[in-house]
Structures are given as C-alpha cells and as structure tokens.
Design a protein around this ligand. Structure first.
Ligand SMILES: [Zn+2]
Length: 276
C-alpha cells in the first residue's frame, strides 16, 4: 500500500496521491498566486498577506519552501506584467519590495530572468523620465572614469561590446514606434525593442569593456578603447533589442553602438538623460 504524497494516508497500491488531495494542492498554489497579485494591485498589510498564505498552505498540503517557490514565481510574473504595461510606478515598486521582504525571497531566485535587476532599472528610469537625477544610487564599484564636477554616474554596464560602423550612414530620422510620453520624458515600451540587433555586416567589434552612463556623458573603457561622448554632441540615438546606437554630429563621425544586453533600459535611460 502506498501513501498519499499530500496527506500521508494510504492511497492504494498504484496511486501516489489521492485525487482530492492533488486537486486541493493545486488549488492552494493558485490561491497563493492570486493573493500575491491582489496585494500588488491593491496593497494592504503584508502581515495579513502572510497569515492568509499560511492559512492556504496549511489546508492545501503546501510546505513553506513550496509556498516560497510559488511566491517567487508570481513575483517574477508580476514584474513582466508591470513592464509590458509601461513604467514601474512607485506604488508597484513598493508592493514588490514588501512582498520580497515579508517572505524573505532570495534575489537569486528573483533575478533568474533578470527581473530583480529590471525593477532597479525601472526605478532609475522613472526618476529620469520625471526629470530627476536618480537619488537611489546604484552601488558602483571603483571605476576608471574621470568625472567632471557635478557629474554623477547613473548606471554602469559590465562586459559591453562596443561596435563601430565601417561607413558613415545618413541618419534617417526613424520612427520610434510605441513611444509614450511619461511626465517629462519619452518612454519606448519593452515590446518595441524586439527583433533589431546591433550587429550587422557593416559593424565591427572594436572592444569589450565598461560602459558608464552619467548625467552628462556616455563613458566607455576597454583594453583597447577609452573615450567619452558628450550628450550635446549626439544627434541621434538608435534603439536596438540588445543595446543602443549613437550618431555624433561631426562630419566624419561613424555610428557607434553598445551591446548591453537590454536595449529597452539603456535606450530609454540615455535618450532621456540627454534631454535633461
Ligand atoms: Zn491524500
């Protein structure tokens, strides 16, 4: 006789669980996810949320790690939904932080698809779109950039591929598609970045290094190339799915592009910082 993996009572010779127990377990998992989503949308007391989830778990044969797992998964899903929608609001950001803290969710679990990083990026982007220099400074390791007075690093990217285009191309003024005005800034939604990659037959990998974004310049430092570009010298930014392209105003300037892995963030960040 086997025992039910949920209630531990005999479940017959062939069955590893009772049908009813399995259904109850599944229903419980859905209820936990629903409770988390409701908290994200409507807020509330995180302690009440925890009591509710404990209650659901108890009657659905869900262990503490099992509950944590479904909460982490729901958190990641919520982040996806938030960014499909537009900019991360303060309320949304706070609710996500409350859920994370209340259940001691691990950043490792939340960042598997980069969702935890995306929340930090969303917060920085919101500040910039509202016309503020982000005050929540991201931890910046010692960096090689020689900053000017009143210049501040807003974000750093590691292991960035820097491409130079072999020939100068005319800037075509392109449509940005799906851009929306947010407070002061112009925001291009995540969905608009699909498909277009930096690398083409006309581009050449020139170096790989550190990309520093400040309120005044784009800095790059690699083993072969070190330079900075003043925003005032840039006539066009080009959005790519995996990075950003810039065109300087000099007659001889050839397009330069940086692969950060996430075009949505770097494009919105840089194009809006340049307007400040
Ligand atoms: Zn059972």
């Amino acid at each position: 006789m086997r025992k039910c993996r949920y209630c531990a009572k005999p479940s017959g010779i062939f069955r590893g669980s009772h049908k009813e127990c399995k259904a109850l377990h599944k229903k419980g998992l859905t209820e936990i996810a629903t409770a988390i989503k409701r908290f994200e949308n409507y807020g509330g007391d995180p302690n009440d949320l925890e009591s509710e989830i404990r209650h659901i778990a108890k009657y659905s044969f869900i262990t503490v790690p099992g509950a944590k797992q479904v909460i982490s998964k729901t958190w990641v899903k919520l982040v996806d939904d938030v960014f499909d929608d537009g900019v991360l609001s303060r309320t949304e950001e706070n609710a996500l932080a409350q859920i994370k803290n209340q259940f001691s969710l691990r950043e490792l679990d939340l960042d598997r698809k980069g969702s935890h990083t995306r929340v930090a990026q969303g917060a920085v982007l919101r500040e910039v779109l509202e016309g503020n220099l982000p005050t929540t400074m991201v931890v910046v390791d010692p960096h090689p950039f020689n900053l000017q007075k009143s210049e501040q690093i807003v974000w750093m990217f590691n292991g960035v591929d820097y491409y130079e285009q072999k020939t100068r191309t005319e800037y075509r003024g392109g449509s940005k598609g799906m851009s929306v005005r947010v407070a002061k800034g112009l925001y291009v939604r995540v969905g608009a970045f699909k498909g277009r990659r930096v690398q083409t037959s006309k581009t050449m990998l020139a170096d790989t290094g550190l990309l520093g974004i400040t309120n005044k310049h784009i800095y790059f430092a690699g083993p072969k190339k070190k330079f900075r570009i003043n925003y005032r010298k840039i006539v066009a930014f080009e959005p790519f799915s995996d990075g950003i392209g810039v065109q300087r105003d000099a007659q001889t300037a050839k397009p330069q592009s940086f692969v950060t892995g996430d075009g949505w963030f770097v494009y919105n960040l840089v194009s809006n910082l340049a307007q400040m």
